[in-house]
Design a protein around this ligand. Structure first.
Ligand SMILES: [Zn+2]
Length: 192
């Protein structure tokens, strides 16, 4: 099974799947700050709530994140992932983000939960810690055979990136919404 697949048990992400959940959050954060068009609509300005939604993909503890603190890192992640399948230019951006966020592996444990790796260094802000975590998750992707699973949605008016979850690598759209929109447009074009 590719490492980036995300098994869930009873709707809860297991501790060992933490970095995989962080990859999905990293892609969501990249889209939040980098996509000009999302699922047919112009992107709205990132807000506390939209960043909180991203963080909830990987943690239950979400306060009131300041979008300004995530903007630069989020844009860098989008730029890096947008280079794929070309890995080399993405590597440079991600290596730089790993350095500026001082990503450092640390074993942490929530009450009653098993130890698991986080990548926030001990002396950084919460936002920098999450960006370090997301940069690490993307770095793991770039260093793996799964890098080619990262795609850009093929629908009109959508610039979202997504991780192809299909077995035969045929996913073309970020969501069923974009898939349906494209089908409807094609049908209209045929019957016009
Ligand atoms: Zn889309």
């Amino acid at each position: 099974m590719p490492w980036a697949d995300l098994p869930r048990h009873n709707g809860r992400v297991e501790a060992t799947d933490h970095l995989k959940a962080s990859l999905l959050a990293a892609i969501a954060l990249a889209n939040t700050f980098g996509s000009a068009w999302r699922q047919g609509r112009p992107a709205t300005a990132p807000s506390t709530e939209s960043v909180a939604d991203v963080l909830r993909l990987t943690t239950n503890r979400v306060g009131s994140p300041d979008p300004a603190e995530y903007a630069s890192g989020g844009k860098t992640l989008y730029d890096a992932l947008s280079h794929l399948p070309e890995v080399d230019p993405a590597v440079e951006l991600v290596n730089n983000l790993l350095r500026v966020t001082k990503a450092a592996p640390q074993l942490v444990r929530d009450d009653g939960a098993p130890w698991h790796l986080h990548f926030a260094g001990p002396d950084v802000s919460e936002a920098t810690g999450w960006l370090a975590e997301f940069a690490t998750a993307v770095a793991m992707l770039l260093g793996s055979d799964d890098a080619h699973r990262l795609r850009r949605c093929e629908a009109e008016r959508c610039e979202d990136l997504f991780l192809d979850a299909t077995k035969n690598r045929t996913q073309r759209f970020c969501s069923t919404a974009c898939q349906n929109r494209t089908k409807v447009a094609a049908h209209r074009a045929r019957t016009a």
